[in-house]
Each structure stands twice: as structure tokens, then as C-alpha cells.
Design a protein around this ligand. Structure first.
Ligand code: NAD
Length: 488
């Protein structure tokens, strides 16, 4: 591992303006070679409560104007950008994704902060035309938008920096205080974000406690957040199982849930097959498939199945497997043994049930610890595990369909509804799919994983509740108050 950083990676938690440790700590390791990267505190319930209460006090005391909140987020963006190389190396060391992907993530996170800063200036209400109802013509009404108070931000391992920014940026833009909780295996890049936020809040003159970060066990921190009355909103990105637990136990708190997916991408016979195949393999295999809206299932018209499979094999064969710190590497280790074993099991069961390995299928010791080769599978039926479950690995299962109705039915044949992709040149077909596919986003002439950070983003069904994308997150993190003027 080639990790050189300016700062120590034995990081602490930011609670009420102080950097603090805990009685217990846990190590962060590099997925590629298991080497020690750094360590973090395992917060106890009391420390989480302290962070929440400090946040509540700071939010009440804060007098930051919209312009000052803009400045706070722009300053944070500048600080993060100045540490871009260091943070990219931290992401690769804790999460294992190739360094090029980590650099892209840092760049996106800086942009997400700047987009959030801009949104701080757009907390508009509206004038309500009271003369719309008989008898109210002399009255005046308008709405104003207010922060909720304390927002808790809980994030997964796979985009450890940008997914935290997607919550913290809009929450602060709307005038809230935040308590962040990054994933336990990939917490370090998030903590650097909070270092930047801490410096920026000092410069702007915001109260201590406006930004806090706690680390440790998901259930300990999660239960403390659920139990505390001062937390007004929880924004969670992660597995559907944990999302459902939060939904069942969050009472009257506002909830945004960005959960799992089993996203389909349809490749139709009227498209450029080679181009579609390159995008499909990229969409299925980037970050070793550990992307929530990655291509999980490929639905193809049976007339072009063979041609598409040949093109998918060529695209998969062109990817380079290796050390994530090597600039040439496209595919490196999965984040941990659990994630790796899940992919191995789903792959083995699918092959046992009759799928054909067209390319790949090797994993583990031959290639490197926790590495799974990009793998193209044909003869896949909808009930096979690699098609039915969220694999979160670099598998490309191809399911052939006879007509477009069947493609739509299969796209919807899942409890998830995050995103979908469709390659076609036919605008009527595209509109039909957009209307009929039950997912939070339908992307035409690209894959399910298409995303810019300001786009509305969030799934239906078991994929979640609510939307992210800066403007939409700001709406979730604020409330509308009516102010009415009555003239007697
Ligand atoms: P995870 O659910 O295991 O963990 C996510 C976060 O929740 C972590 O910080 C974890 O510590 C915390 N957590 C664990 N138990 C908790 C509890 N009881 N209460 C509160 N918090 C708890 O998910 P993961 O393995 O880190 O991430 C992979 C999953 O995330 C996949 O299912 C993927 O699809 C999903 N994901 C979804 C999106 C999206 O935008 N929809 C984006 C990225 C990842």
C-alpha cells in the first residue's frame, strides 16, 4: 500500500467543538492487503447524546444568515479541494476502490459542497393568493422555510466521502446542525470532511457543535439517534434491512432512506451494441460493483443476445485487475470478507442453477485478496440468485427477453426500485419505459448508474423514501411555515 498523508490516520470524533476519543477504538484496514490504515473511536451512547445535545444548542444559538451558510460551505469546499490528493488516497486505502475513482469521488464531493452552498441562498417561500377563496380577498399570506434543528447523517462504505457530503451540505445549507455517522470500515475520509467543516465554522464564527461526527457500532449510534428527542431528521444511506429498522423505530422524526437496488438495464435491438456493452460493463463493475445503482441485471432482446454477449466479453476483458493504487487498475478488492463472500455465493449458486460463464468467474487467491473478476453470465433466468438479489459485485447477468412488454415486466420483477437504464433509438419505446418502470429514475441511452449530484435521486419500493440531490435534500431538511395577515 502506498499511503502517504499529511495527517495521522488515528482519528477522533468531533463532539461540541472538541476532538475526542472513546474507551474503545477499532482499526481501519486496507482491503487489498489487510494492512493497518488507521483507527477510530467506538462511541458509547453517552457520547452520541453529547454530540446531539451540542448540536441542538448550537443550532438554537446560530444566527448564520443564508450568505454566511453559503460562505461556510464554500470555505469547506476550498479546504477539501486543497487536500484532494490526500483524501483520494485515504478513500482508496480504507475502501479499496481504484485511485482514479477515488479522485473522481473527491472532485464530486467538492462540487456537491459548492452546489449546497448555492442552495443556501434559495430557501424561498411563496406568496399565497388569498383572493382564490371567496371572502379572503383582503388577507395576505406567505410561507417561509425554516431549518428542522438537528439532522443525523448515517452513511455506507461505498462512497464514504460524497455520500456524507450529500447529507451534511444540504442540512447545513438549510440552517440545521448535524451529527454525522460514517460507516465503521470506511470512516476516515468523512472525518477529514469534518476537519474541514470544523475549520470553516471557526473562520465563519459559527457556534461550536454545529457540526459533529461520531464513529463506531451502527446499532449503538443508531439506537442513540433514534431514542433522542432532539434529532428531528435522520438521513440514512445503506442497506434495506437497516433502513427498515430505522423506519420502524423513528417515530415522528423526518426520514430520508436511500437503500439497496437491483437495477435493470435494457439493451434493445435498435441501439449501438458495442457502445451499450462498454457502458454496461463499466456500470456493473466500477468500484468492483459496489455501487447502489450499478447494473445488476441486463435485459436484452433475444435477437441480439449473442452479439451483445460478445461485446460484453470484449469490454470485460479490457478491464485491468490489480493494486488500487496503480493508475491502470480498473478492478480491485471488495471492501471486506463479508461483501466478497456474498458475491462468491451468489455467483456459485447461479452457475449451479445452469447459468453459463461467458467471461471471468475467477476470484480470490489467484487474483488477490477479496478480488472478484468481472464476470459475464448468460442463460440467466429471473429466479437465479444473481438476478434476484442485490449482488453488489462485478457480475453482469444477461437475461434474454422476447419482446418489450417482457423487458418491462422483468425490469419491475424485483422488490427494489432504485434506477433503471434503457438503450434504444426509439423515442416512443423510451417514453413507454419511462412511464412503466417502477423506479426512482429511468435513464435513456445510458445505464442505471447515471447520476449528477444535483439531480433528484432516490428509489421507490424497498429502495427507499424521499429524494437526495441538493435542492431536494434541502426541502427534506426544512419545514414550511405559514404567516397569515388578516384584515378585519
Ligand atoms: P449498512 O446498512 O450495513 O450500513 C450503512 C450505515 O448504517 C453504516 O454507517 C452502519 O454503521 C450503519 N448502521 C448499521 N446498523 C445500524 C443501525 N441499527 N442503526 C443505524 N445505523 C446502522 O450498509 P453498507 O453495507 O455500508 O452499504 C451497502 C448498502 O448500501 C447496499 O445495500 C447499497 O445498495 C446501499 N446503498 C444505497 C445507496 C442509495 O443511494 N440508494 C447508496 C449507496 C449504498
Amino acid at each position: 500500500m502506498s499511503l502517504e498523508t499529511a495527517s495521522s490516520l488515528d482519528k477522533d470524533m468531533l463532539v461540541g467543538g472538541e476532538w475526542v476519543s472513546a474507551d474503545e477504538r477499532t482499526d481501519v484496514v486496507h482491503p487489498y492487503d489487510g494492512e493497518h490504515v488507521g483507527s477510530i473511536p467506538m462511541a458509547g451512547t453517552e457520547q452520541v447524546n453529547e454530540a446531539i445535545e451540542a448540536a441542538a444548542r448550537a443550532q438554537e444559538a446560530s444566527t448564520l444568515s443564508a450568505y454566511e451558510r453559503y460562505e461556510l460551505l464554500m470555505t469547506t469546499a476550498e479546504k477539501l479541494e486543497s487536500r484532494a490528493d490526500e483524501v483520494a488516497r485515504i478513500i482508496t486505502s480504507e475502501q479499496g476502490k481504484p485511485i482514479g475513482e477515488s479522485k473522481t469521488e473527491v472532485d464530486r464531493a467538492v462540487q456537491t459542497l459548492r452546489l449546497s452552498a448555492e442552495e443556501a441562498k434559495r430557501m424561498f417561500g411563496e406568496y399565497v393568493p388569498m383572493d382564490a377563496q371567496k371572502g379572503f380577498a383582503k388577507d395576505h399570506c406567505f410561507t417561509q422555510r425554516e431549518p428542522l434543528g438537528v439532522v443525523a447523517a448515517i452513511t455506507p462504505f461505498n462512497f464514504p466521502l460524497n455520500l456524507m457530503v450529500h447529507k451534511v451540505g444540504p442540512a447545513l445549507a438549510a440552517g440545521n446542525a448535524v451529527v454525522g455517522k460514517p460507516a465503521t470500515n470506511t470512516p476516515l475520509s468523512s472525518i477529514v470532511l469534518f476537519e474541514c467543516l470544523d475549520e470553516a465554522t471557526d473562520l465563519i464564527g459559527a457556534p461550536d457543535g454545529l457540526v459533529n461526527v461520531v464513529t463506531g457500532s451502527g446499532s449503538t449510534v443508531g439506537d442513540a439517534i433514534l431514542a433522542h428527542e432532539a434529532v428531528e431528521a435522520i438521513s440514512f444511506t445503506g442497506s434495506t434491512a437497516v433502513g427498515k429498522y430505522l423506519a420502524d423505530n423513528s417515530g415522528m422524526k423526518e426520514l430520508t432512506l436511500e437503500l439497496g437496488g437491483n437495477d435493470p438495464t435494457i439493451v434493445w435491438s435498435d441501439t449501438d451494441i458495442e457502445q451499450a456493452a462498454t457502458q454496461v460493463v463499466g456500470g456493473a463493475c466500477s468500484n468492483a460493483g459496489q455501487v447502489c445503482n450499478s447494473v445488476e441485471r441486463v435485459l436484452v432482446h433475444e435477437d441480439i443476445e449473442d452479439e451483445l454477449i460478445d461485446a460484453l466479453v470484449d469490454a470485460a476483458a479490457s478491464l485491468t485487475i490489480g493494486d488500487p493504487f496503480d493508475d491502470e487498475t480498473d478492478i480491485a478488492s471488495m471492501v471486506d470478507d463479508d461483501q466478497f463472500k456474498t458475491v462468491v455465493n451468489l455467483f456459485e449458486q447461479t452457475v449451479e442453477q445452469g447459468a453459463t460463464v461467458e467471461y471471468g468467474g475467477r476470484y480470490g487467491s489467484d487474483l488477490g485478496e477479496r478480488i472478484f473478476e468481472p464476470t459475464v453470465l448468460s442463460g440467466v433466468t429471473p429466479e437465479m440468485p444473481a438476478a434476484k438479489e442485490e449482488t453488489f459485485g462485478p457480475l453482469v447477468p444477461v437475461i434474454a427477453v422476447a419482446d418489450f412488454d417482457e423487458a418491462i415486466d422483468e425490469a419491475n420483477n424485483t422488490e427494489y426500485g432504485l434506477e433503471a437504464g434503457l438503450f434504444t433509438q426509439d423515442i416512443d419505446r423510451a417514453k413507454r419505459a419511462a412511464d412503466a418502470i417502477d423506479a426512482g429514475g429511468v435513464n435513456i441511452n445510458t445505464v442505471s448508474g447515471f447520476r449528477a449530484d444535483h439531480m433528484p435521486y432516490g428509489g421507490f419500493k424497498d429502495s427507499g423514501v424521499g429524494k437526495e440531490g441538493i435542492k431536494y435534500a434541502v426541502e427534506h431538511f426544512s419545514r414550511t411555515k405559514l404567516v397569515g395577515f388578516h384584515q378585519g
